[in-house]
Design a protein around this ligand. Structure first.
Ligand SMILES: [Zn+2]
Length: 216
């Protein structure tokens, strides 16, 4: 079983997740810690609980979802796994930081070393996380689905009563709608969704109450 610890970091209220099992193995998804204080918060949680980080995971490589990867990589020596997108795209996103009011050191980033593929299964000890390919909000956007525990990390694809923006470079409403309708809404209704921003919800609730893409 994977337990979930959520941190809400930076001015954009980005949700950072630590998924960990009873043996203390963990992965960190969408590390958004962006300064020393936030770094210490996540380090303290990992160290106090004697967790062993295995890997960094990204739903997508927008700036608010990758800010913490550098410090976690330095401290724990873990690599970043993400769906492959070209380096130009990553650098472009990094240069956007100022637009979002985030002050970053331009050297403090890491590139993904591990390429995720659609429907790949990531092992965390005896637990499994499936990679769902869900483009539309960003190039190479994926969601992380833990079928056994009944939850999915939806990144910036599906939010509580809403969906992610599709007007950034690499975004597409058509693709986003397809990802939500034909991938996420095919999951069991009682699957709990933990988005990249805001509160959690369920697939069943969003099918009915989502303001942008209800299931009709
Ligand atoms: Zn995003």
């Amino acid at each position: 079983m994977l337990n979930i610890k959520v941190f809400v970091f930076n001015g954009l209220s980005e949700n950072t997740f630590v998924l960990y099992n009873a043996k203390g193995q963990c992965v960190i998804v969408d590390a958004g810690n962006s300064n020393k204080t936030e770094d210490e918060m996540i380090f303290k949680f990992i160290d106090d609980n004697h967790l062993t980080p295995l890997m960094l995971l990204s739903t997508h490589l927008h700036i608010d979802h990758v800010l913490g990867n550098y410090s976690l990589n330095k401290r724990y020596g873990i690599s970043l796994a993400a769906y492959p997108v070209d380096k130009e795209y990553i650098m472009g996103v990094w240069r956007y930081a100022g637009v979002f009011g985030i002050d970053v050191d331009e050297n403090n980033y890491i590139f993904p070393e591990i390429e995720l593929s659609e429907n790949e299964v990531i092992k965390v000890g005896e637990d499994y996380i499936k990679v769902l390919y869900t483009p539309g909000h960003a190039l190479g956007h994926v969601c992380f689905y833990d079928e056994a525990d009944g939850f999915v990390l939806t990144g910036d694809t599906l939010f509580y009563r809403s969906v992610g923006r599709y007007d950034f470079p690499g975004g597409s409403y058509k693709e986003l709608e397809n990802s939500v309708r034909n991938c996420l809404y095919k999951l069991p209704d009682n699957t709990v969704c933990y988005p990249g921003h805001g509160r959690s919800t369920t697939i069943g609730d969003e099918k009915v109450y989502n303001h942008v893409i209800p299931l009709r």
